[in-house]
Design a protein around this ligand. Structure first.
Ligand code: ARG
Length: 457
């Protein structure tokens, strides 16, 4: 089978070798971007008088026809033509004759493939931004219904201090907000045109890179042709932002998994977002959350994979760079899927308020309150810590909680204690009084919700 570059060769590769080097099995995902890039390129060739207008028209019509076919899934790609670029060029020549061979004037697959990837990521990042926003909306709505729902807050996975459930949900809102900002900020580097860099050094034809960049909606062009064809930082950034996003989703998954266990029973997942066991009839498993936690691994893998591919590459294009695609495609699918599932999972889960609140009464997460109480009455904090620590120990030995102890026991520990400690010790009071900025106090949470809503406006 003669290749498009067959002129210099005396012998063809065997089919299985072609198969190894081909990327068409996965880069056909770039078909629309490839055609879009070609359309801009050929229009630029016409605009600059490099190709006559009638030939430009023929090529445009041929490409438009291929674009229609691509939309209707009517193109058949062949491994003989290695990648999406050569497949499309071959189809164009079949469609309109040898004039189709003029499309590649002043262009290389090296600037072409980079252009395709910039266009692809621009589109996908915009979708991802939208999905993040939708998830944030779900979190806000859920939080609005649970400002006064209280549960234990944890450190070291040990009950620490009671908090508002809305406060907990909003912590994820702000994580997602940073994810949003990172992806959004990266668009300015994604939205740059490498087209016209040629194979590496530019071209002798009087092209206008700004013209094609403008047609493609790019904000500017790469200033250096070597950089244009060999830069994959924009994909690395994407993978690293995706890794951080997945890390957030994975932490949240872990909480969903814990909360839905019989030990916690804080939430119940909707049946549509849980699965049963083939053997144990009683089981309801949080598979979606587990899968998202698990898929975090593959996204990290793609980041490390590409960093490793790039680390030893001399300028400029090397075939190694073909390895940039599958991890990127898989990451896009993974994070879009995870965001969609997560939003629905949270939206439909049942929050078991009573269990959450009951739990706050069965622990010592109000102990700090008691220490602070003594401090407001003049005792140094260190001493107060000691007094309360002894009371907690006494409770543990007696099988009681702080609210169960009679005032006489308190008085014995310190005569600063008075009847009002019983109000202070109530979990609800404990939450309400944490009114410092960004704290879990109900008033603060309402303010926070207001700010979160503003972000989404
Ligand atoms: N399929 C190649 C890739 O994905 C396209 C660029 C090929 N360029 C080359 N000089 N072999 O990277």
């Amino acid at each position: 089978m003669k290749k498009l570059w067959g002129g210099r060769f005396t012998k063809s590769a065997e089919a299985w070798v072609d198969e190894f080097s081909a990327s068409i099995s996965f880069d056909q995902l770039l078909v629309e971007e490839d055609i879009e890039g070609s359309l801009a390129h050929v229009k630029m060739l016409g605009h600059c008088g490099i190709l006559p207008q009638d030939e430009v028209e023929q090529i445009i019509q041929g490409l438009e026809k291929l674009r229609m076919k691509a939309k209707n899934n009517e193109l058949t790609f062949s491994v003989q033509y290695e990648d999406i670029h050569l497949n499309i060029e071959k189809m164009l020549i079949d469609e309109i004759g040898p004039v189709g061979g003029k499309l590649h004037t002043g262009r290389s697959r090296n600037d072409q493939v980079a252009t395709d990837m910039h266009l692809y990521l621009r589109k996908e990042v915009k979708d991802i931004l939208q999905l993040i926003r939708e998830f944030q909306k779900v979190l806000i709505e859920k939080a609005e219904n649970h400002i006064e729902t209280i549960l234990p807050g944890y450190t070291h996975l040990q009950r620490a201090q009671p908090i508002s459930f809305a406060h907990h949900l909003l912590a994820y809102f702000w994580m997602l907000e940073r994810d949003y900002e990172r992806f959004h900020e990266s668009l300015k580097r994604i939205n740059l045109s490498p087209l016209g860099a040629g194979a590496l050094a530019g071209t002798t034809f009087p092209i206008d890179r700004h013209y094609s960049a403008q047609l493609l909606g790019f904000e500017g062009i790469y200033e250096n042709s070597l950089d244009a064809v060999s830069d994959r930082d924009f994909i690395l950034e994407f993978l690293s932002h995706a890794s951080i996003l997945m890390m957030h989703l994975s932490r949240f998954s872990e909480e969903i998994i814990l909360w839905s266990s019989s030990e916690f029973q804080f939430i119940e997942l909707d049946d549509a977002f849980a699965t049963g066991s083939s053997m144990m009839p009683q089981k309801k498993n949080p598979d979606m959350a587990e899968l998202i936690r698990g898929k975090t691994g593959r996204v990290y893998g793609h980041l490390i994979g590409l960093l490793t591919v790039l680390k030893g590459l001399p300028l400029t294009y090397n075939k190694d760079l073909q390895e940039d695609k599958e991890g990127m495609f898989d990451t896009v699918t993974t994070i879009k899927g995870s965001l969609k599932i997560f939003a629905k999972m949270v939206e439909t889960m049942t929050v078991r308020k009573e269990v959450m609140e009951k739990t706050t009464k069965e622990d010592f997460s109000n102990a700090t309150e008691l220490a602070d109480y003594l401090v407001t009455k003049g005792m140094p904090f260190r001493q107060a810590h000691e007094v309360v620590g002894k009371l907690v120990l006494y409770c543990i030995q007696e099988g009681k909680y702080l609210l169960d102890l009679p005032l006489s026991v308190y008085k014995e520990a310190s005569d600063l204690f008075a009847e009002d400690i019983y109000e202070v010790l109530k979990p609800r009071t404990v939450v309400a009084r944490r009114n410092s900025a960004g704290g879990t106090g109900f008033e603060q949470v309402r303010k926070q919700l207001e700010k979160a809503r503003k972000v989404l406006e």
